[in-house]
Design a protein around this ligand. Structure first.
Ligand code: ASP
Length: 721
């Protein structure tokens, strides 16, 4: 599954490494953990109450009565949202709602730049393809799924059996209802849980601040603290006559959720208890030390280097032309997001000495195994097996990284593959022409040509010789290793360099699809891409996926052993985009020796950053005016306006838009990011360094009321001061 932008998704490579591990018991820290809401009653509630929580487990998750979980939703496909009124009003991040805002924007009505505020229900804008998903209940189904399993069975056979059982469980949970369901593996397939959902599809845009507020700081501040971003947007869920899910219809009514969050606008203090309910996407806390080493020594440095090259090329051309700057702005952001995060991960893992700590944990694990004959039989060879598999996988894993970060990023490669695929499926010519128009609108050939040259050179440098396609011989021979000359010649000969030629090809396709496909296959970009594909299919993928299966099996066993070791069940399962609860405290942190970060920021800090000369830090005039007049209404505190804060909740991508709740379960902020020094938390969490970043709810209310003049929306919220 591909996740875009800053939402849930860390890029695929960790999964591709078969990163299926667990974190050692010895190092589980107080704030660490993403807990299954259904199980907090059994394992977590006492710790939470000791930490300051004033609610019962039933207040948070219950199937017998309305509770906090009923106010939390999956927003779209990769974010979290929360209900804040009994009339369907929903809060999420700006970066989660941005797609919807953009889809309503035009040059005349640029809502992205100027913001959008519905001043009445009639002005709320419907959004095709946007959904909001409520969790109705969770049920453990391990026994049903694992029936018939045999110890050590082939993972592929096991997978088939699992899929069949899951299908049946889902069928019986949903048939005859309008509910939807999914069964997810936990602890590397040692446990399975069923999640039953109700999905609403009439979701309307209510309000979003200008991007200069909603994404203030943009790339510059991304993954960073201190932060000054008003990263929020408002939507409303609509339902049919009986309050049931319905597709868009003007006569639909605002949905009455089972529960909505009360808002606590009375302020926060350092040390306050906080918790988050939301949908973290994917973490790999239980990696074997060699997997982390591979990530640190090879995978991340290579991927960072490849992206640095691409960013430099884009930046050079973007600086020389406004047109190119606009064409490549989103692409640039997409590339730099993970690029920045990966650097933070390397820094954090090295600082934490994560590899060394894992080695220690693995030693302790081995001792535990060696101390008992039965354990030796079950788990004896595990560590050696990991070591062997990770040493075998290195060159394949590098090849997979190169596919994702050097070959696929070449835009013409992607365009050729897309065209070929669509032609083979017989997609109507008008649709193909539309796609072509869209593609070339934001395509600048000199950038792609240079990227192609640089990425092919990188393949040459990093790929095992036996994986290199035969066109590299031509580069060595005819072009004497000059990748740029080779790229120029290739792009000169490819019809895909020129939109008009592609349109001509589509005219041929219209009359004779077979002919068009034949012609396309002769294009040099198509030939080179096919050569890569063939080599991967024969030389890379089979071995790579075989090793992955073996690793999967080992991780499953490893996890089973860890659960056995941890009888008190302090191990939490890796994130898998199911609802989780995490708790911590509001806290600053010490990023470097001699530096202490405070836990919150204010509007004065935003103004200090503000400048007309740098797009990331432009401040809307109205906000400047409110600041100058200190016109903060009830939302300010002693002449300042709080903007963002940090806490030690263990979050991940997908937690964007999640509510940050106080000890009474009231909303105090909206989660939207993490700090750079703590981005390694998906692999190794450290409470002294890892922080989630939230926009303070008072800033949200201030922007809605004072900035946007949409204060009427506050009337339907329950706010305590
Ligand atoms: N920015 C992330 C998201 O969009 C949250 C995170 O990674 O902490 O889900």
């Amino acid at each position: 599954m591909i996740w875009s932008g800053k939402k849930y998704w860390i890029t695929g490579a960790f999964h591709l490494l078969g990163v299926f591990l667990f974190s050692g018991l010895a190092n589980l820290k107080a704030e660490e953990g993403m807990w299954i809401p259904m199980l907090i009653e059994k394992y977590q509630i006492e710790h939470m109450q000791e930490a300051g929580l004033r609610l019962s487990a039933e207040d948070i998750y219950s199937i017998n009565r309305d509770c906090l979980k009923d106010a939390i939703v999956i927003f779209g496909r990769g974010c979290t949202g929360e209900m804040i009124s009994d009339e369907g009003l929903l809060l999420t991040n700006h970066h989660c709602g941005e797609g919807a805002v953009q889809s309503h924007s035009s040059v005349e009505n640029d809502y992205l730049t100027n913001g959008y505020w519905a001043m009445s229900r009639e002005e709320e804008l419907p959004n095709e393809n946007l959904s909001v998903t409520y969790l109705r209940y969770i049920k453990e189904v391990t026994t049903e799924v694992t029936e018939g399993f045999i110890q050590g069975m082939d993972p592929q056979v096991r997978e088939r059996m699992v899929n069949e059982s899951m299908g049946k469980i889902i069928q019986s949970a949903t048939s005859g209802t309008h509910l939807e369901a999914v069964v997810k593996p936990f602890y590397y397939g040692n446990e399975y849980y069923l999640f039953v959902y109700e999905v609403f599809r009439d979701i309307r845009l209510v309000g979003a601040p200008p991007v200069a507020i909603g994404n203030f700081g943009a790339d510059q501040d991304n993954w960073m603290w201190p932060r000054h971003t008003g990263d929020f947007s408002l939507f409303r869920v609509y339902a049919g006559k009986e309050n049931e899910p319905a597709t868009y219809d003007p006569s639909n009514k605002p949905y009455k959720p089972r529960k909505h969050l009360e808002i606590a606008a009375g302020g926060i203090e350092e040390g306050d208890f906080t918790m988050i309910l939301g949908y973290p996407g994917s973490t790999t806390q239980y990696l074997y030390s060699d997997a982390v080493k591979l990530m640190l020594d090879k995978s991340l440095p290579l991927k960072i280097q490849l992206r640095t090259t691409r960013l430099e090329i884009m930046d050079r051309y973007m600086k020389s032309s406004d047109k190119v700057r606009i064409q490549y702005a989103t692409k640039y952001r997409g590339v730099s997001n993970a690029w920045k995060k990966w650097q933070g991960i390397i820094l954090g893992l090295n600082r934490m000495e994560a590899v060394e700590k894992k080695i220690e944990e693995e030693r302790a694990f081995q001792q535990w195994v060696d101390a008992d004959g039965e354990r030796q039989l079950k788990y004896g060879g595990l560590m050696d097996q990991f070591t062997q598999d990770y040493s075998d996988i290195v060159q394949y894993s590098v090849a997979i990284d190169l596919m994702g970060e050097a070959i696929e990023p070449v835009e013409l490669f992607r365009q050729v593959s897309r065209m070929k695929g669509m032609m083979r499926q017989g997609v109507p010519v008008e649709l193909l022409k539309n796609q072509v128009e869209r593609f070339y609108k934001d395509f600048y050939l000199p950038i792609d040509l240079e990227v192609f040259a640089a990425m092919m050179a990188a393949c040459r440098e990093h790929m095992a010789d036996s994986f290199l396609p035969s066109f590299f011989m031509e580069i060595n021979g005819k072009y004497k290793g000059d990748f740029y000359r080779f790229a120029k010649e290739t792009y000169r000969n490819s019809i895909f360099s020129d939109k008009n030629q592609v349109i001509k090809l589509l005219d041929i396709y219209h009359k004779n699809p077979e002919n068009a496909i034949k012609q396309l296959m002769k294009d040099p970009m198509s030939i080179y891409m096919d050569q890569f594909r063939e080599l991967y299919m024969v030389g890379v993928n089979p071995v790579y996926y075989q090793l992955q299966h073996e690793l999967e099996k080992s991780y499953q066993t490893y996890m089973a052993a860890l659960l056995e070791m941890s009888a008190d069940r302090l191990l939490y399962p890796d994130a898998n985009f199911s609802m989780r609860l995490t708790y911590g405290n509001i806290h600053g942190y010490r990023p470097w020796d001699g530096v202490q970060y405070q836990f919150s920021t204010t509007l004065s800090g935003l103004m200090e950053k503000g400048t007309e000369d740098f797009e990331d830090y432009r401040v809307p005039d109205k906000l400047v005016q409110l600041y100058t007049e200190k016109d903060y209404g009830r939302y300010g505190v002693e002449g300042t306006m709080p903007v963002c804060f940090i806490a030690s909740n263990h979050t991940s991508g997908g937690n964007s838009g999640s509510p940050v709740l106080d000890a009474d379960g009231r909303l105090i902020g909206i989660n939207f990011d993490r700090n750079w020094e703590g981005t390694m938390s998906d692999i190794y969490y450290d409470p002294s360094l890892c922080r989630n970043i939230a926009v303070d709810i008072r800033y949200v209310l201030f922007i809605v009321d004072k900035f946007a003049g949409a204060g009427y929306l506050l009337d339907e919220m329950k706010i305590t001061w």
